[in-house]
Design a protein around this ligand. Structure first.
Ligand code: PSU
Ligand code: MN
Length: 301
């Protein structure tokens, strides 16, 4: 792919067979408001490094698909005015248009796979939105997980989604969803969503083993490792749920739909919880990045 630009640090790590973890950038461009977005990006990178792996934040800039950003580039994307949000459907458009674009989970998985990176950490994946059975608002992240062999560490589907429909969809499309140290599915802002998963992995070695086995079957799909957020960062389930329900109604009232939905709801939930959802989100991204680094290291052995 002509437009692919792997940073020197990431290229050196990959060539040496050292562990590398991909990180997305939609959370920088659309997930957090400045200046917290830069803090989130740096904390994710620092957590990957602390776990002994090289971070590869993915983004689009002026016609190039960047895998690995320098710190000045992180600063630049964090300040970018009206950056695009690039998913599988809009990645080529974002490359053609110039400027900065944040890559969603789907676009980041595509870039990671092109670069030869097998592990990716994010906060929450997209999924089937509430009301999705009639609106058909189903994130491209789910189909990407079904077709691209990258392991994604996340905190379970974002709580603004229909969690049961999201799990059904992932099962239909053959994507393993494994809990990190628990078969209870993480609830994004809460430690548990109340749903039980088919299985779990006890540690990084176990996660690497299942991933190798999944990929050696030639199934071609990704896997999800769902990690509960740290105890201290969790929000009371009823408070989180009330804020999400309100934010979802507000989005409908404001006529928000399509790719604008997720950023709108995240911002409303942040306001309604006096920023506590943002604190939780930062903590879980850091936690996921740290787990992903351990899994990447186990895969590199
Ligand atoms: N979850 C968050 N913050 C985010 C996202 C998810 O807590 O910023 C982003 C991810 O990049 C994910 C995208 O891939 O939202 C999904 O968007 P959509 O629902 O439009 O597919
Ligand atoms: Mn959508």
């Amino acid at each position: 792919m002509n437009e692919l630009r792997i940073s020197v640090a990431v290229a050196v790590a990959l060539a040496a067979g050292r562990p590398v973890v991909a990180l997305e950038s939609t959370l920088i461009t659309h997930g957090f408001a400045a200046p917290l977005n830069l803090d989130a990006a740096r904390r994710a990178e620092a957590a990957v490094r602390a776990g002994g792996a090289e971070p590869a934040t993915v983004a689009v800039h002026d016609g190039r698909l960047l895998v690995g950003l320098t710190d000045p580039e992180l600063d630049e994307i964090a300040r970018a005015q009206s950056p695009r949000k690039a998913s599988r459907a809009t990645l080529a458009l974002a490359l053609a248009e110039g400027g900065w674009a944040g890559t969603t989970v789907s676009a980041t998985m595509i870039a990671a796979h092109l670069a030869g990176i097998r592990v990716f950490a994010t906060g929450g994946i997209g999924g089937v939105h509430r009301g999705g059975a009639s609106t058909m608002d189903i994130s491209a992240d789910l189909d990407e997980l079904a077709r691209t062999p990258v392991l994604v560490v996340c905190a379970g589907p974002k709580s603004m989604l229909d969690i049961d429909l999201t799990l059904e969809y992932l099962e239909t499309r053959g994507v393993p969803v494994l809990g990190w140290g628990t078969t209870s599915l993480a609830g994004f802002y809460a430690r548990s969503s109340g749903r039980t998963l088919a299985g779990s992995v006890a540690d990084a070695a176990a996660a690497a083993h299942v991933a190798q086995s999944h990929w050696s079957l030639g199934l071609g799909s990704g896997l999800i490792i769902a990690a509960p957020l740290p105890d201290a960062a969790a929000l009371p389930a009823d408070e989180a749920e009330a804020a999400i329900a309100q934010a979802t109604r507000d989005a409908a009232d404001a006529g928000i739909h399509g790719p604008a939905t997720t950023p709108f709801v995240l911002a409303r939930v942040a306001a309604l919880t006096n920023g506590r959802s943002v604190t939780a989100n930062l903590a879980l991204i850091e936690n996921n990045a740290s787990i992903a680094a351990q899994i990447a290291a186990a895969l590199a052995e």
